[in-house]
Design a protein around this ligand. Structure first.
Ligand code: HEC
Ligand code: HEC
Length: 290
């Protein structure tokens, strides 16, 4: 009996030791990557406009791409408050107290958005990256024009704390959280592209859709996003696509959940833009439906 107990003790003790080692390892690896300093070598200069038209164009971009996380007042918000993931706030972008608009230059704001690197070299955590690097330089200038025009809001968010689940996902790269690890910091920003270049402009807009629907547009079960290649929606008409994108109604009359598929903000796209997007979506390689 004593022997059995001793063996159980050894096994349980060994397991506990292993778990402790794993936890220490995950924390050490994630901490070293989360606290690393990064450098952006891409060189660019911005010419941020201040006319009302550019600011309005920036407001539209912000509503589509940023508002869901940074709030309509640009002051940031609680992004994650979960024991597994940690407590993380998105940044206050205004010029109020603790807002980055107070101290960052235009180029420093752009560097944080395009490359995920703050002026002190630390990485942003939890900022999406796939489509941010796909924002062309003209749109970035308008976005910053809008950020600069925002009334200052004072905030006092606590420093982020990262939970065990987030650290495991980060360490194993199951889910990319540190933007800069996934972008090429020597890649210069994209040149402006005009809405008239239909297919190319559609491809430009589709970079945002790829963030949820994946780069091949075949969807992702973890995000609950469906296949939107021609194999899935190729039989839709242009009018049906526009209706789904602006009213959230599929051709069969069923509704798209605006909490998951952000069609409400897509209503901000012009019909010309949505037609360009549809033209491009018809050219992507079909991926068979599962
Ligand atoms: C999915 C949520 C999400 C979206 C969408 C998002 N952000 Fe963020 N953003 C965050 C979080 C979370 C942080 C805080 C990251 C940190 O401090 O490490 C952040 C940080 C930032 C920072 C850096 C702040 C700093 O301290 O240096 C800037 C600038 C920024 N966001 C601008 C934008 C803009 C502009 C857009 C739209 C093009 C955008 N973000 C879209 C979540 C988001
Ligand atoms: C934040 C994630 C997200 C983004 C960004 C996004 N989608 Fe979606 N999309 C979803 C989800 C999730 C669904 C499923 C919604 C539902 O079933 O209610 C969906 C559904 C759809 C559907 C319906 C497909 C079907 O057969 O039912 C179409 C079409 C679509 N998205 C196109 C787009 C396009 C085009 C873009 C870019 C302009 C885009 N989506 C951007 C998450 C996203």
């Amino acid at each position: 009996m004593k022997r059995v107990l001793k063996w159980i003790g050894i096994v349980v003790g060994g397991l506990l030791g292993l778990i402790i080692l794993l936890v220490v390892g995950v924390y050490a690896v994630s901490a070293s990557r989360l606290n690393k300093s990064y450098e952006v070598t891409a060189v660019f200069t911005l010419h941020v406009p201040h006319d009302p038209e550019s600011i309005a164009a920036g407001e539209k971009l912000f509503a589509i791409y940023c508002e869901s996380c940074h709030g309509a007042n640009l002051a940031g918000d609680l992004f994650s408050d979960d024991p597994a993931f940690g407590q993380i706030y998105s940044a206050n972008l205004t010029a109020g107290e603790n807002g980055i608009g107070r101290s960052y230059s235009d180029e420093e704001i752009a560097r944080a958005i395009w490359y995920g690197v703050k002026p002190d070299g630390s990485p942003t955590v939890g900022m999406p990256y796939e489509f941010h690097q796909a924002i062309h330089i003209g749109d970035m200038e308008k976005l910053i024009a809008y950020i600069r025009s925002a009334p200052p809001v004072n905030t006092d968010y606590p420093r982020p704390s990262y939970g065990p689940m987030l650290r495991v996902m980060h360490t194993t790269k199951i889910f990319p959280l540190v933007t800069v690890e996934n972008v090429d910091t020597s890649q210069p920003p994209l040149a402006p592209i005009s809405p008239e270049e239909t297919l190319a402009y559609g491809q430009y807009l589709a970079a945002f859709c790829a963030a949820c629907h994946m780069p091949d547009f075949a969807g992702n079960e973890m995000f609950g996003s469906p296949n939107i290649t021609p194999a899935a929606i190729g039989a839709w008409t242009e009018a049906e696509f526009l209706r789904a994108m602006t009213e959230g109604v599929r051709p069969d009359g069923t509704l798209l959940n605006p909490e998951e598929m952000p069609w409400e903000s897509f209503g901000r796209y012009t019909d010309e833009e949505l037609r360009a997007l549809w033209a491009y979506m018809q050219t992507v390689a079909p991926v068979a439906q599962e």
